[in-house]
Design a protein around this ligand. Structure first.
Ligand SMILES: N[C@@H](CCC(=O)N[C@@H](CS)C(=O)NCC(=O)O)C(=O)O
Length: 217
């Protein structure tokens, strides 16, 4: 039987003492999730730009998938963003942005998955333009991805309740997705999601440091 007195996690030094290097891109909404979470938890991250297209960039040794974010920690390299956010929560003592109470925990993780999925659908749309000449763009594929974003936004709008503390991993992912849609898709989501617009305004007001990680082209 497990010793009830045993710590639930290995002992870790205070988060501020743990050197953490974030492989970074200034436009990635997934990287932004990590920066926002760290700011919220009072953690310092060293930033190192990664070139995901460069086969010689050490990113590919750190994350075989060659994606950012990747977080270099004393315990090894962590990816992808939900794993990194769970780690940051852990080193901050736990139950800060990732609730331990099961109902709240799985609601937060589900919201994070939905927001991440919208961003994945947006990234795939962007990569179609980046990797294929315009005459080869596949309208059916682009529509397929746009419909995922629309359905996810509609579901988040339907479930949206007024902004409230504490901010969870789901809230961080949603704010980063909405900020990125402003940046990449001209904020069109705002036209028919008034509850999300109000929620996002309140999130930004509650977290002034959010603007510091805004995507820059
Ligand atoms: N599921 C990953 C997604 C990360 C992701 O898609 N990152 C993009 C930048 S926004 C990337 O590194 N793309 C390069 C590639 O796919 O080769 C996460 O949550 O971290």
């Amino acid at each position: 039987m497990a010793d009830a007195r045993a710590p639930r996690y290995p002992e870790v030094p205070p988060a501020s003492d743990i050197p953490m290097l974030l492989r970074f891109s200034p436009t990635s909404p997934f990287v932004r999730k990590v920066r926002v979470a760290a700011a919220l938890l009072g953690q310092t991250l060293e930033l190192e730009t990664a070139d995901t297209l460069d086969p010689n960039d050490t990113l590919r040794q750190q994350n075989p998938l060659g994606k950012v974010p990747a977080l270099v920690t004393p315990e090894g390299v962590l990816f992808d963003s939900p794993v990194i956010l769970a780690y940051l929560d852990h080193v901050a003592g736990g139950d800060r942005i990732l609730p331990t109470e099961p109902k709240a925990r799985f609601a937060a993780l589900r919201k994070e998955a939905l927001a991440d999925g919208m961003m994945d659908a947006g990234i795939l749309t962007l990569y179609e333009a980046r990797f294929r000449p315009v005459e080869k763009h596949e309208a059916k594929w682009l529509d397929h991805q746009a419909e995922k974003r629309s359905r996810a936004l509609a579901a988040l709008e339907a479930d949206c309740t007024p902004f409230a503390l504490p901010i969870t991993v789901g809230d961080i992912a949603l704010a980063c997705a909405l900020g990125w849609f402003d940046f990449r898709f001209e904020g069109k989501w705002r036209n028919d999601h008034p509850r999300l617009v109000a929620w996002f305004d309140d999130f930004i007001a509650a977290m002034p440091t959010f603007a510091e990680s805004a995507p820059v082209a």
